[in-house]
Design a protein around this ligand. Structure first.
Ligand code: 0RA
Length: 640
């Protein structure tokens, strides 16, 4: 063993100690998100091996005991003993902070943000971790507990192929949750296979059977990000074929796929080293600036200007655009609140010039498509100008009436949004009861009236002008779309209250679509809620003062059984609508924070949330029919 062994061992132990004391610093949190980070760390190493060209299949298995196994068919992590340290290659990767397999420097490694802290962090936070390597015709195993090596690598057999398998069991003394979520892992693995074309990624959950087999899925996209855009647009009506560009320049690898559809929505996702840059950054800025410039150039060149439209703006060229911008670079600098904004300043100009070159030559070669896109953009421009005129007119009107708030609003006394809530109530009689029943200190009521608009089928002009939506926009205070300002939010909770029937469900879906498209941060930050009024009022005949409210049939049955009641022994009232409740009942069942049932709307999967909304509310009939047929039993409890 080398002289350096002792000092390097002390460093390793100090490293492990720090990771276990401050896990949040390495993996963000010790909640279920942190748990998933462990999986992503190991998968990222296999993806690096694939990007280097040595591996094409990665398999992730969740075992019955919640332990996790990740295999790849790469070269296998070296197992021979490193001269200077006396450690095996596996030991180096799994015990030295940031050693993570970055032996060679000729590929773009997935490292940055919270990722890239390496396998040693996973090891330190695992009760037990076992690495099995197939390499040089031998199968070799090395085991660790809480990051500490349990012995030298051991040859356990022969083999003919190569690869690495990492099995680990997250330490239950560190993690609040030790059971990974299939859907979350599946979402990320799908994203990874879109972003890295040609890699086959399997996920298998041995905790659950589907028929005779374990729950499992395989992701493989030959088209990479082109397939990604196809997937995002599958419920939309594209107006041309996907434009794809791929360039390597100055230590950067840039890939873009883009396609316009007849939708009004911008749907652009950007990535750096496979990390979703939710907050954008210099790569996205470069892309945006380039498409605005290129489209304007061809707009002039092709003599498409009109009297009213002489110049197209960024918002116009992004309307209806679905795109993936995927950049791989050596030293990404991540900034922003969630470290998902690219900061490297040199990137903007380089991406800008690449995209201008590529898109220009595409337009030169495909003038018909250029024309289709520019026409779409001109329409967006005209609609935006009309919306602006309408906004100004409304502003003038409200200034004259010196009324920033809608007439139908019964506001609350408190002005602090951390305390306040607003109920959006469908139906005038329910609105009346809610006004009388509420606690006016912190609860505001807005009765909704008029014809609701399906925002998915209309541009912004119609939306802000809509008689039902405009008072909601006024009352909430944040503004919409690009003018949205979270700091102006007037109520911390926005609660949609509608009947528990088909009409109520339609109103809820339309309002959720509106919030998702025009006030998305409210959905992302968990400000939107749905009130759940009870379905039944149950009064035992023997105790007429004892009132029980049941929110579902299951609850009703359970209550009857618990109290040995049969249908003769009780009076049951089935509420047909909120309007049937008096103010006291409404307060007790649906508005009193101590007793009510409200459901917070959450975004589970950003890509499918968009798809579900598009399918349910968009202009294409066929995907909607298919979706409803496939999901008929779930539609009632739709989780956007
Ligand atoms: C460094 C060198 C070599 C392989 C790897 C790292 C490697 C790391 C991981 C992590 C997960 N799967 C992996 N597969 C490979 C081998 C270099 C060579 O053979 O020349």
């Amino acid at each position: 063993m080398s002289d350096n062994y002792d000092s390097s061992n002390i460093q390793v132990l100090e490293g492990i100690d720090h990771v276990r004391k401050r896990p949040g610093m390495y993996i963000g949190s010790t909640s279920v998100d942190g748990l998933h980070h462990l999986v992503y760390e190991i998968v990222d190493n296999s993806v690096d091996e694939a990007l280097a060209g040595y591996c094409n299949t990665i398999s992730v298995t969740i075992n019955e005991d919640d332990s996790i196994e990740i295999s790849d068919n790469g070269r296998g992590i070296p197992v021979d003993i490193h001269k200077d340290t006396g450690l095996s290659g596996v030991e180096l990767v799994f015990t030295k902070l940031n050693a993570g397999g970055k032996f060679d420097n000729d590929t773009y490694k997935v490292s940055g943000g919270l990722h890239g802290v390496g396998a040693s962090v996973v090891n330190a936070l695992s009760e037990e971790c076992r690495v099995t390597v197939m390499r040089n015709k031998k199968v070799t195993v090395q085991t660790f507990k809480k990051g500490v090596t349990q012995g030298p690598p051991e040859i356990i057999g022969d083999c003919t192929t190569t690869g690495t398998t990492v099995w680990f069991k997250p330490d239950p003394t560190i993690f609040a949750v030790t059971s990974p979520t299939y859907e979350t892992l599946s979402h990320r693995l799908r994203e990874l296979s879109f972003l890295n074309k040609g890699i086959r990624i399997h996920l298998c959950d041995k905790r659950e059977m589907i028929g005779e087999e374990f729950k499992k899925v395989e992701f493989y996209y030959e088209g990479g990000i082109v397939s990604f855009v196809q997937f995002l647009n599958k419920a939309k009506k594209p107006i041309h074929d996907i434009i794809y560009m791929q360039t390597e320049k100055d230590d950067m690898y840039l890939e873009i796929a883009m396609e316009y559809s007849d939708s009004y929505i911008e749907n652009v996702y950007s990535f750096v080293n496979n990390i979703n840059t939710h907050e954008g950054g210099t790569h996205l800025a470069g892309f945006r600036s380039a498409i605005t410039k290129t489209i304007n150039t061809f707009f002039v060149k092709m003599k498409m200007q009109t009297k009213t439209c002489e110049k197209l703006e960024g918002e116009d060229v992004r309307e209806g655009l679905t795109a993936i911008v995927s950049l791989k670079i050596k030293n990404p600098q991540f900034e922003g609140q969630t470290k998902t904004k690219l900061g490297n300043s040199e990137v903007k100009g380089i991406v800008d010039s690449i995209v201008q070159d590529e898109l220009s030559s595409y337009f030169e070669q495909n003038p018909n498509i250029a024309k289709i896109i520019i026409n779409k953009t001109i329409q967006a421009y005209e609609a935006r100008c009309a919306a602006k005129r309408a906004r100004e007119a409304t502003r003038r009107k409200s200034a004259m009436e010196s009324l920033g708030l809608p007439g139908k609003l019964a506001d609350c006394a408190d002005r602090d949004p951390t305390n306040t809530e607003i109920y959006l109530v469908e139906g005038d009689s329910a609105g009346g009861s809610a006004k009388q029943g509420r606690d006016r200190k912190f609860q505001a009521i807005l009765s909704l009236w008029g014809k609701m608009l399906n925002v998915e089928k209309k541009g912004e002009l119609k939306v802000i002008d809509n008689e039902k939506l405009f008072p909601i926009i006024q009352a909430i205070g944040t503004g919409v779309s690009d003018n949205f300002d979270y700091a102006k939010l007037r109520y911390g909770k926005v609660i949609i209250m509608a009947d528990a029937d088909v009409d109520g469900s339609h109103i809820r879906t339309l309002l959720l679509t509106f919030f998702y498209r025009y006030m998305k941060p409210l959905v992302e930050n968990g400000n939107i809620y749905i009130a759940m009024p009870p379905l039944y009022k149950i009064v035992p005949k023997s105790k007429p003062k004892e009132v029980y409210y049941a929110f579902s049939d299951v609850e009703k049955e359970a209550y009857m059984k618990e109290n040995n009641l049969d249908n003769d022994g009780v009076n049951i009232q089935r509420y047909k609508g909120l309007g049937e409740m008096n103010p006291e009942q409404l307060w007790e069942t649906t508005m009193n924070p101590a007793t009510r049932n409200i459901v917070k709307i959450t975004l589970n999967d950003e890509y499918t949330a968009d798809e579900v909304i598009t399918i349910l509310m968009g202009s294409e009939v066929e995907p909607r029919r298919e979706f409803i047929e496939k999901n008929a039993t779930y539609v009632k409890n739709l989780d956007v």
